[in-house]
Design a protein around this ligand. Structure first.
Ligand SMILES: Cc1cc2nc3c(=O)[nH]c(=O)nc-3n(C[C@H](O)[C@H](O)[C@H](O)COP(=O)(O)OP(=O)(O)OC[C@H]3O[C@@H](n4cnc5c(N)ncnc54)[C@H](O)[C@@H]3O)c2cc1C
Length: 305
């Protein structure tokens, strides 16, 4: 298929959630012919509400994106499409994208905002409670569970990190190491001082129990708690687009970007969770998308000047 005016854009954004729609807003306002291709699976989809987002605290994630899409409607150079992009390659002065359904799109600049996937441990019941009673980020959901007893599924440094972070929200936390305890001796002393418990039994299953969670341990104990903190050991890219394009992946496993959110491949920008090893917040995604959009526009303008 060849490039024509209907499938050719100045900028293509792959991923149309917080980072992608933020980039699209900037590109609409800078008059850029832009296509947003989105698979419709934002990372925070399982959560009932998004928190800690200026002016939109406690808003359902789907509502945030609905407002973002609605506010893009006046910008007639921006086109939103539901599509999953499977291939990306350099072609001439730009890039060609191929979708699962066989469509092709051409663009002078690309912005990757495809986020990451949480690689959840295979504990029965965990996935069904993820984003609901099993939470990972106290800045996102800590306030809502502040008065509840909580368990933390974590071991070693991850448990130590949670212990310090959560100490301002909770006392009397139970840590479930799900096997041999790898928490340092020094920290175990501190845990005792704080009244934290450590249970090393492997976890058999989690299930909803009223407003909370029942945790069945393999040693026969049944723990009832209000909420569970758990952070997946790994977050994974949702596709191989960055690798297909030859973008550098940092030792932390994220796409390397410079101060203007351009990757190591000129003309390819990236923003949102896939560019941060840790700062996985809606703010950061929105800010990154905005900067990627601004700089894609700036470079297009300079090239045309
Ligand atoms: C359970 C949970 C709750 C959270 N709650 C909060 C909160 O309350 N407050 C907060 O600040 N942060 C919260 N976060 C973090 C927040 O969700 C992320 O920081 C944010 O979603 C990152 O936005 P993003 O645009 O980079 O990626 P995402 O939101 O993950 O969006 C990526 C988009 O790209 C699409 N996509 C992926 N691959 C392709 C492809 N090949 N082709 C087309 N489209 C593709 C996906 O379908 C998706 O729509 C939460 C995270 C989780 C896991």
């Amino acid at each position: 298929m060849v490039s024509n005016s209907s499938n050719s854009y100045e900028v293509a954004i792959v991923g149309g959630a917080t980072a992608g729609l933020s980039a699209a807003l900037t590109l609409g306002r800078t008059l850029r012919r832009t296509i947003v291709l989105d698979g419709g699976e934002p990372r925070n989809k399982p959560a009932a509400h998004a928190h800690n987002f200026f002016t939109r605290d406690n808003t359902p994630p789907s509502e945030l994106l609905r407002i973002a899409r609605e506010q893009l409607q006046p910008y007639d150079t921006v086109h939103l499409r539901q599509a999953f992009v499977t291939t990306a390659a350099k072609e001439g002065n730009g890039f060609v994208l191929g979708t699962e359904s066989g469509e092709q799109f051409f663009a002078q600049k690309l912005i990757l905002t495809t986020g990451v996937n949480d690689d959840l441990a295979p504990i029965p019941g965990l996935a069904g409670l993820w984003g609901d009673r099993v939470i990972h980020c106290p800045y996102c959901h800590g306030y809502e569970v502040r008065r509840l007893p909580v368990c933390v599924i974590a071991n070693g440094e991850a448990a130590e990190h949670y212990a310090v972070t959560l100490s301002n929200w909770h006392s009397g936390i139970t840590f479930l190491t799900n096997g041999e305890n790898r928490i340092s001796t020094e920290m175990q002393e501190k845990f005792k001082e704080k009244g934290y418990k450590v249970n090393t039994s492997p976890i058999a299953s989690l299930e909803r129990s009223g407003q909370g969670v029942a945790i069945q341990l393999e040693n026969g104990e049944l723990l009832e708690t209000g909420a569970v903190y758990y952070r997946p050991e790994k977050v994974l890219f949702r596709n191989s687009l960055a690798e297909q394009l030859g973008c550098e992946i940092s030792p932390e496993g994220v796409v390397t970007v410079n101060a203007v959110y351009e990757t190591t491949v000129p003309g390819v920008f990236a923003a949102g969770d896939l560019t941060h090893p840790g700062l996985h917040q809606l703010y950061m995604a929105a800010a990154g998308g905005h900067l990627a959009g601004t700089n894609a526009n700036r470079i297009l303008t300079q090239e045309a000047w």
